[in-house]
Design a protein around this ligand. Structure first.
Ligand code: 13P
Length: 289
């Protein structure tokens, strides 16, 4: 199946009270692991590409070529959206041209007026091309230079103003952060999420920073309108741990254990397990049947 916009899969998820996982990709192994797991689990899936990962993979066009090739060669029949994660205005335009099926424009660091103006312009372009677009209100915290910034909570009225521009999904800060959560993290602000959902109605809401959020909080967030959950760090952690184990056990020194296909195999399998676990918690398994 060709790439699809994320709009329909997220509307279905919102109506069906489950969430679709958006998993970041970094290379061929990552992409293949996520696509194969989605197919095995009969789950819709979103492949997230940050601007940094796009550069790492030799540009957005290379990513589009790789993903489209895999959809065909691996006979992927579940709905897959290729989505720019935390895009700048310029990055969003590049992905639209390169053949992505979905973008996120993260204007959360601009004034709300500028965020609205730029989001509006990109909504018009995406509508014309049949692509989905995610906007963000209230910045999502995370580690920068070793300091973990707590997430800022979005103003529900600003969320409504952005939702009314016709975006397909809305990321709203509710105390969530990227990367590992610190010991003293107070948890998600369900009161804020509830207020946002009351004002934005059917709009699928996006939860960033999916790594390390306890299962009960994930389920509660889904019950309050979250229909897309982003996961990145958790796949990186299991990939790194499995690769470390392979090397520490000296497997690369046995026979042809140095073959990169062998070295990367345990990490790839670990990503598959993690993606499946997340799909189970999110409730998306079997939703693409
Ligand atoms: P984590 O790395 O915390 O899972 O967050 C992923 C994310 O939100 C990508 O946009």
């Amino acid at each position: 199946m060709a790439l699809v916009s994320a709009k329909e899969m997220l509307q279905k998820a919102k109506a069906g009270h489950y969430a679709v996982g958006a998993f970041n990709i970094n290379n061929l192994e990552w992409t293949r692991a996520i696509l194969e797991t989605a197919q095995e689990c009969k789950s819709p899936v979103i492949l997230g590409v940050s601007e940094g990962a796009g550069k790492y993979m030799a540009g957005f066009k290379t990513v589009v070529g790789m993903v489209n090739g895999m959809l065909e060669e691996l006979n992927i029949t579940v709905p897959v959206a290729l989505h720019l994660d935390h895009g700048s205005y310029e990055g969003a335009k590049k992905c639209i041209e390169a053949g992505f099926s979905s973008i996120m424009f993260d204007g959360s660091h601009f004034s709300i007026e500028e965020n609205i103006e730029k989001t509006k312009e990109l909504v018009a372009i995406c509508n014309e091309k049949g692509m989905s677009i995610e906007a963000e209100v209230g910045s999502i915290g995370g580690e920068e230079d070793g300091v973990i910034g707590m997430g800022e909570c979005a103003d529900p009225k600003e969320c409504k103003a952005i939702a009314d521009l016709g975006v397909s999904m809305l990321a709203a800060g509710i105390g969530n952060i990227h990367g590992k959560y610190p010991e003293n993290w107070p948890g998600l602000r369900f009161d804020v999420l509830d207020d946002i959902q009351k004002l934005t109605g059917d709009m699928p809401l996006v939860l960033h920073g999916g790594t390390g959020i306890p299962e009960d909080m994930i389920k509660k967030a889904i019950s309050l309108g979250v229909s897309k959950i982003n996961v990145n760090t958790e796949c990186q952690l299991v990939f790194a741990a499995a690769t470390r184990k392979y090397i520490e056990e000296g497997k690369d020194l046995e026979g042809k254990g140095f073959d990169p296909r062998k070295i990367l195999a345990p990490g790839t399998a670990a990503i598959k397990d993690m993606v499946k676990q997340k799909m189970e918690i999110f409730g998306s398994i079997g939703k693409a049947e």
